[in-house]
Design a protein around this ligand. Structure first.
Ligand code: SF4
Length: 487
């Protein structure tokens, strides 16, 4: 979860959709709850009512605060889509929250988008020169304008028409009076999966509700079944109780985000059919082998909780060391405490993590974390473990050094501050952080741990090889993709 004390890349967004169920709005609300880790700044639901009209509700804040019971009653319909947002492009404000809802010449349309368009600025300039007026500063609105300008009137045709013009990443869920449509970009950069829930009406007649979500954990919460991934370049159309699959785009090499396995996705989710939990344990096992090869010997393994727990467990099991809870995380650190004075901000790490001295005192401690961005939190954690009496502190990171910007929906606070850009070697970074040794999982091991073909992943933040180059950027920043109006 994002907090002022987080030194992790920031999550992007989460999308959810359900069709053919009378409790669609409540299911979407519960699904968004399960996807809350993907964005906490705003949430929204748009639903299609029995008479095919549409209603929506969006607010700033987490899901628990955005949807009072009366709103969910007002949204009751037979299909719904929802969105949780962290602002990777566009400012954090209500106008930029989603789903975007429009009433235009082709009818009603709601769109929820996870991803980032790398040619958004260019398209926006073109659209504005033809008279389009933008009401938000998100790249998602660009897609809606392109849909409005398409000569087609059927939703799946005008959506495909618009998406053929955009570049970058999109996992998109759209709702119209006729259909619920889910699309994944031809490279499948951001995740999107398909689920199903069978249900009976009051007369005992059986029905099938179809669901789509960024992650499968959103299906578990409403007792629905994970069916499969939505394939890169696939469009799913759910209309009149029927599901159709089409592939309207030119085929591209798959490049799904490998960092979802390391940090973003919940460990209880499946991604491309693989358990995120199991992949994270395998990251830890491979990290143990790398530590062994470097001759690093510890006495106890602790995780920086919670996202590093499975990797730390895998590392401990592989190296036959005890896994202990040496750092305890407070789950109640909110987003409100943003203190400008540095010495007060330094307490932030203590507010979030506290050491268990009995676990750490007098030991050679291996601390497992999933990533380092600026190194600020790592530095504090290492100091905290030392102050608790550790004899040695060895930091093990379950991914390679993060050196490059992500343009596909992930934000790192400030590109120039990435510690692995400023310092070359593990030894230099270890000296800066203050640990006895630092070991990053290498890229080969990261890719191998997924059990999937290495060339089917995006790993540009680690190796700088981008599957789609951003257009119209003068400085390398995720937020700069669409930020002109806020400069
Ligand atoms: S650049 Fe990194 S974080 Fe961004 S999509 Fe690629 S692997 Fe994921």
């Amino acid at each position: 979860m994002t907090s002022p004390f987080s030194d992790h890349p920031r999550e992007e967004c989460g999308v959810f959709g359900v069709a053919e169920h009378p409790e669609s709005a409540v299911y979407t609300y519960l699904g968004l709850y399960a996807l809350q880790h993907r964005g906490q700044e705003s949430a929204g639901i748009c639903s299609r009512l029995e008479d095919s009209s549409m209603r929506f509700h969006r607010e700033m804040g987490p899901v628990s605060e955005v949807f009072p019971e009366r709103e969910l009653r007002r949204l009751k319909g037979n299909a719904a889509i929802g969105h949780v947002r962290y602002s990777t492009t566009g400012a954090s404000r209500l106008l930029n929250s989603q789903p975007i809802y429009v009433e235009f010449g082709k009818g009603y349309l709601a769109v929820a988008h996870n991803g980032n368009l790398t040619n958004a600025k260019e398209l926006q300039h073109k659209l504005e020169s033809k008279g389009s007026i933008f009401t938000s500063t998100t790249d998602s609105e660009v897609m809606v304008h392109l849909m409005a300008q398409s000569p087609h009137s059927q939703p799946h045709k005008y959506i495909a028409d618009a998406l053929r013009q955009v570049e970058g990443s999109y996992s998109l869920v759209a709702l119209t009076p006729e259909a619920l449509i889910a699309v994944r970009d031809p490279r499948g950069i951001r995740p999107l999966c398909l689920g199903k829930r069978c249900w009976s009406d009051d007369s005992g007649k059986e029905h099938e509700a179809w669901l789509v979500a960024s992650e499968s954990c959103a299906f578990d919460v409403i007792d629905a079944k994970y069916v499969r991934e939505i394939n890169p370049g696939e469009m799913i159309i759910i209309s009149d109780g029927q599901l159709r699959s089409v592939y309207p785009f030119e085929k591209k090499r798959e490049a799904s985000c490998v960092f979802e396995y390391v940090y973003f996705a919940r460990p209880d989710s499946l991604l491309r059919g693989r358990s995120v939990y199991e992949v994270r344990k395998e990251l830890g096992r491979r990290l143990a082998v790398q530590l062994y090869e470097k001759g690093i010997v510890g006495e106890v393994v602790v995780a920086v909780p919670d996202s590093s727990n499975p990797a730390a467990l895998g590392l401990a099991q592989e190296s036959s060391l005890p896994f202990e809870f040496g750092l305890i995380r407070s789950h109640y650190v909110g987003r409100t405490f943003i203190e400008p004075k540095q010495h007060i901000r330094d307490f932030g790490a203590r507010l979030k993590y506290n050491p268990v001295r009995e676990v750490l005192k007098g030991k050679r401690v291996i601390v497992v974390d999933d990533s380092i961005v600026r190194g600020t939190t790592s530095r504090k954690i290492v100091q905290m473990v030392r102050n608790a009496g550790a004899k040695e502190v060895h930091l093990a990171i379950s991914c390679p050094p993060w050196k490059h910007s992500c343009y596909y929906g992930i934000d790192v606070s400030n590109y120039s501050e990435l510690i692995a850009r400023q310092l070359e070697t593990e030894e230099e970074i270890a000296a800066s952080i203050g640990c006895d040794s630092l070991t990053y999982l290498n890229l080969k091991n990261l890719l191998a741990a997924t059990g999937l073909p290495a060339d089917s992943f995006c790993r540009a933040c680690f190796d700088g090889v981008y599957c789609v180059e951003p257009k119209g950027l003068d400085k390398p920043s995720q937020l700069n993709l669409m930020s002109k109006k806020e400069e």
